[in-house]
Design a protein around this ligand. Structure first.
Ligand code: PLP
Length: 480
C-alpha cells in the first residue's frame, strides 16, 4: 500500500461519506429499484486495467446509491436500528487500517486484550454479575451477530449435555423458547443438530404482553421429562423482535437451574437500554443466566458488526469450539496464560472490533450514552401519543422501549381484521420514500412497527413521519 495514495484517496472517500451524511435526508429511505437493476448498469466482467477512484465514485453515486436503503436516515424506523456514529466509524476505520486477524493472542496481543477489557467495561455498565467478568471463570467475547452468539452457546450447552447423557442422547435433547424468540435460535438448532421436533416454541399471548409464561415452560418440561426427553436449553428474550416483550428472567432462570439446563438471555436490541438505571430492572434475574448477549451495533452507536456475548463459564465454549492444529501452535497459547478468541467463536479469523466499541465508550462517556437511549425512548413516547390522539389508529402492544406497535383500525365491514388495510398502508408509506417502517403479526393481527433509534432522528422527523402515515391512511380509507 502506498501511504501517500492512501492519504489522498481516503480523504476523498471521507469527503464522499461526510457529504452523504449531510444530504442523507434527500434520498428515498427505502430503495425504490427493482430486482436485478444493477446487472444492466455494470459490465459483465472485471476491468483488465485499473480505473480511477473518480470513475468508481461516479458509479457509486449514479448506480449504487439508487439501490441503497438508508439505514442511517433519520426517517428510518424499520426492524431495529443499526447505529453508526463518528466514534464507531473512526474505530472501524482504524480497524480497517491495521487490518489484523486476531484469532490468537499472539497474532496481535492488543486486539485480544482490548476486547477483554472493553467487554468487562460494558458488563460493569450493565451491572452484570461478577461471574461474567474476565477475572473469574467467565468473560466476554465479540461475535459478529446475535445469531452467532446464540449458536455458540447452544453448541456449548449441547456438548455439555452430551458429555453428561452420552452421545446418542442428541435425539432426546430439547430446547425451549417463546413464539416471539428471534428465528436465529431456530437456525442455531438446525446447525447444532437438534431434532426439529425437539425445539419447543411456546405460545405467548396478549395477557402476558407476549412474554413467556414460566408455568407453561414448567408444564412442558415436566411432560417432556415424563416422555423421556432431556430439557437442556432455555432462551429468554429481553426486548423481543416483534414487540419488545420482556421474558421473566428470574423465574425462567430458576427453572433452568433446577433442571441443570443452560439459560441464555438474548437482549440483542434492548440490552442497550439497560445501561440506564431506570431500565436496568429489565435484566433483573440475569444472575441466573449462563450467557447474555447484546448487539452494540443495534442501539449503542457502534457501527455494524459488534455483538457482545458474555458467558459465566468460558471453558464450556472452549471445549466445544477449540481446535489446535500444529500450524497455530505458539508459546503463549501453550503456556495457557492467554485468551485465544478463535476458541470462542465459529470462524478462525476475526477483526479488531473492540477498537470501535472502545472508541464509542470513550468518546461519548456513559452519561451521554444513557441520554442517547433516553432521547429515543422519549421520541417513541411522543409517537405513541400521536397514535392515541387519532381514533382511526390503535397501539397494538404495550410500548416498553423505543418501538411502537400500532395499526389502522379495521372498519366494521372488514373481512380480514385489517390485514390488507395495514399491509396497504405499510406499502404506501414505504413506497413514498419519505419513511421506512416494517411490520409483524401479533395474535393474528397485522401490525406496523415504528422503531425509533437512528442517531439523527429528532422530534421533527417523528412528527413528519406521523403526517405521512395519517395522509396515506386518509387516502386508503377514502378509497374503501
Ligand atoms: N435477537 C433479537 C431479539 C433480534 O431482534 C435480532 C435481530 O433483530 C436478533 C436476535 C438477530 O440479530 P443478528 O442480526 O445480530 O443476528
Amino acid at each position: 500500500m502506498d501511504a501517500e495514495q492512501l492519504r489522498e484517496n481516503a480523504h476523498r472517500m471521507v469527503d464522499f461519506i461526510a457529504d452523504y451524511y449531510k444530504s442523507i435526508e434527500s434520498f428515498p429511505v427505502l430503495s425504490q429499484v427493482q430486482p436485478g437493476y444493477l446487472r444492466d448498469l455494470l459490465p459483465d466482467s472485471a476491468p483488465h486495467q485499473p480505473e480511477t477512484l473518480q470513475d468508481v465514485l461516479d458509479d457509486v453515486r449514479h448506480k449504487i446509491m439508487p439501490g441503497v436503503t438508508h439505514w442511517q436516515s433519520p426517517d428510518f424506523y424499520a426492524y431495529f436500528p443499526s447505529n453508526s456514529s463518528t466514534a464507531g466509524f473512526l474505530g472501524e476505520m482504524l480497524s480497517a487500517g491495521l487490518n489484523i486477524v486476531g484469532f490468537s493472542w499472539v497474532t496481535s496481543p492488543a486486539a485480544t486484550e482490548l476486547e477483554v477489557i472493553v467487554l468487562d467495561w460494558l458488563a460493569k455498565i450493565l451491572k452484570l454479575p461478577e461471574q461474567f467478568l474476565s477475572s473469574g471463570r467467565g468473560g466476554g467475547v465479540i461475535q459478529g451477530t446475535a445469531s452467532e452468539a446464540v449458536l455458540v452457546v447452544l453448541l456449548a450447552a449441547r456438548d455439555k449435555a452430551l458429555r453428561k447423557f452420552g452421545k446418542n442422547s442428541i435425539e432426546r435433547l430439547v430446547v425451549y423458547s417463546s413464539d416471539q424468540t428471534h428465528a436465529s435460535l431456530q437456525k442455531a438448532c438446525q446447525i447444532a443438530g437438534i431434532y426439529p421436533e425437539n425445539y419447543r416454541v411456546l405460545k405467548t399471548s396478549p395477557s402476558t404482553n407476549f412474554a413467556l409464561d414460566p408455568n407453561v415452560v414448567c408444564e412442558t418440561i415436566s411432560q417432556d421429562v415424563a416422555a423421556g426427553f432431556i430439557p437442556f436449553f432455555i432462551c429468554a428474550t429481553v426486548g423481543t423482535t416483534s414487540s419488545t416483550a420482556v421474558d421473566p428472567l428470574s423465574a425462567l432462570g430458576k427453572i433452568a437451574k433446577a433442571k441443570d439446563m443452560w439459560f441464555h438471555v438474548d437482549a440483542a436490541y434492548a440490552g442497550s437500554a439497560c445501561i440506564c438505571p431506570e431500565y436496568c430492572h429489565y435484566i433483573n434475574g440475569v444472575e441466573e443466566a449462563d450467557s447474555f448477549n447484546m448487539n452494540t451495533h443495534k442501539w449503542f452507536l457502534t457501527n455494524f458488526d459488534c455483538s457482545a456475548l458474555w458467558v459465566k463459564d468460558r471453558s464450556a465454549l472452549i471445549q466445544s469450539l477449540s481446535t489446535n492444529p500444529e500450524y497455530l501452535n505458539n508459546k503463549a497459547s501453550q503456556e495457557n496464560g492467554v485468551v485465544d478468541f478463535k476458541d470462542w467463536q465459529i470462524p478462525l479469523g476475526r477483526r479488531f472490533r473492540s477498537l470501535k466499541l472502545w472508541m464509542v465508550m470513550r468518546l461519548y462517556g456513559v452519561e451521554n450514552l444513557q441520554n442517547y437511549i433516553r432521547k429515543h425512548i422519549k421520541l417513541a413516547e411522543y409517537f405513541e401519543e400521536l397514535i392515541i390522539s387519532d381514533s382511526r389508529f390503535e397501539v397494538a402492544a404495550p410500548r416498553t422501549f423505543s418501538l411502537v406497535c400500532f395499526r389502522l383500525l379495521p372498519l366494521a365491514c372488514d373481512q380480514d381484521d385489517g390485514y390488507k388495510l395495514n399491509y396497504n398502508l405499510l406499502d404506501a408509506v414505504n413506497l413514498s420514500g419519505k419513511i421506512f417502517i416494517s411490520h409483524t403479526v401479533l395474535s393474528g393481527k397485522y401490525v406496523l412497527r415504528f422503531a425509533v433509534g437512528a442517531p439523527l432522528t429528532e422530534e421533527r422527523h417523528v412528527k413528519a413521519a406521523w403526517e405521512v402515515l395519517q395522509d396515506q391512511a386518509t387516502i386508503l380509507l377514502r378509497g374503501l
